[in-house]
Write a protein that binds this ligand. Structure first.
Ligand code: NAD
Ligand code: DAU
Length: 355
């Protein structure tokens, strides 16, 4: 079996669901269940013996050590993190605590466990760290896309904390020989995406008749990858990645934020037209920019394609259509995640942004 951390969050839950469906191998899922963790994402696994859930913190060394001893996983995949840039600007401490200290404690527990394995299981063990393209910083319009050798230049407390965790993972390989792999992926979208992030926020605000807040001029560029493609990339790197290597994962799909929002509005106009016949795009509102906002990210994913034969299965057109359909088909999920704590965050982040 494998141990996954953060498997009740957006990408982790998609990964766990796909893992059980596609490999048949059991998975222990360690998740603290912060505001971003939601067991409802995994409700289809309720009667599934191959999914074992444990609530807890990756920074709890004793808990991680006991889970490793009890379940003897052949691999650990680390998704657990604080993941939202805007929250890291308002309250950076949790990012340092989980992304830096938590990853450190997790690595320490894994190192002790791995050190005690018999030689063949020790040789086959893997620690896969899930990271982000944001560690590379921001690109100018004509710069080439990020390769794995691009210098680290993180600009937000979130990306700095992820960069720190990447460096720790690298150091545990270099110093102790821990068999690590790191993936640096671009912006994911798809089912179970928490509506604090751009695409799901636009969907829920559009349907609720609320403003669609565009930071700054909306011309910031991101590369977008359907979440199931990220999950298949991680499975492939786990299976065949070279030890100590990092792999960039992306969708070859750079788009300005404003184009993303217009695409979302266009799909909603077709699938769930507004009662007054107007486009949801009329709800677009320009608001004060994110401090330190990175202008452009772009991923060169040729290494993972060349070495491991991985390519995304979805285009942006197919992935976004599936995503919008999922949100329209799951209004109960959408309603339940918009709890009081969610509304408090929306007030904190958007109230001070003058339209
Ligand atoms: P998310 O915020 O949706 O989920 C994070 C999960 O981690 C939640 O279930 C939360 O409860 C859990 N968690 C948080 N702190 C924890 C702790 N101390 N111990 C145990 N569990 C804890 O995040 P996501 O978008 O699914 O991202 C998952 C990972 O992928 C993160 O490491 C993130 O940096 C990385 N990543 C995300 C994207 C993206 O576009 N969302 C892109 C590239 C990389
Ligand atoms: O690049 C990978 C990263 O993508 C991951 O590491 C992060 O965990 C993930 O949250 C995501 O970070 P971003 O900051 O790019 O995602 P977010 O959805 O918050 O914002 C996407 C873009 O949209 C960004 O340029 C900011 C802008 N935006 C966002 C929100 C929430 C808006 O214009 N308005 C908004 O209300």
């Amino acid at each position: 079996m494998i141990l996954v951390t953060g498997g009740a969050g957006f990408i982790g839950a998609n990964f766990v669901l796909d893992w059980v469906a596609q490999t048949g191998e059991a998975v222990v899922n360690l998740d603290k269940l912060t505001y971003a963790g939601n067991l409802e994402n995994l409700s289809s696994l309720q009667a599934e013996a191959r999914h074992i859930f444990a609530q807890g913190d990756i920074g709890d060394h004793a808990l991680v050590a006991s889970l490793l001893t009890q379940h003897q996983p052949r691999a650990v995949v680390n998704f657990a993190a604080e993941s939202h840039v805007d929250r890291s600007i308002h309250s950076p401490e949790a990012f340092i605590q989980t992304n830096v200290m938590g990853t450190f404690q997790l690595l320490e527990a894994v190192r002790a466990y791995w050190g005690g394995l018999a030689s063949d299981t020790k040789a086959n063990f893997r620690f896969l760290h899930v990271s982000t393209d944001e560690v590379y910083g921001s690109l100018a319009a004509t710069d080439p896309a990020f390769t794995e050798t691009h210098q680290y230049e993180p600009n937000s407390p979130y990306s700095a904390s992820k960069a720190a965790s990447d460096h720790l993972v690298r150091a545990y390989h270099h110093t102790y020989g821990l068999p690590v792999l790191t993936t640096n992926c671009s912006n994911n979208y798809g089912p179970y995406h928490f509506p604090e992030k751009l695409i799901p926020l636009m969907v829920v605000n559009a349907l609720a008749g609320k403003p669609l807040p565009i930071y700054g001029d909306g011309q910031q560029i991101r590369d977008w990858l359907y979440v199931k493609d990220h999950c298949s990339a991680i499975r492939r790197v786990l299976e065949a990645g070279r030890l100590g290597e990092t792999y960039n994962v992306g969708g070859w799909n750079e788009m300005p934020n404003l184009d993303i929002v217009h695409t979302v509005c266009g799909l909603l106009d077709t699938l769930r037209p507004r009662a007054d016949g107007q486009s949801y795009a009329t709800q677009i509102t320009y608001v004060t920019d994110r401090p330190g906002h990175d202008r452009r990210y772009a991923i060169d994913a040729s290494k993972i394609e060349r070495e491991l034969g991985w390519k995304p299965a979805e285009t942006f057109a197919s992935g976004i259509a599936k995503t919008i359909a999922w949100y329209l088909d799951n209004p109960e999920w959408v309603a339940r995640v918009q709890s009081g704590a969610y509304r408090d965050w929306v007030d904190t982040n958007y109230a001070a942004r003058a339209a």
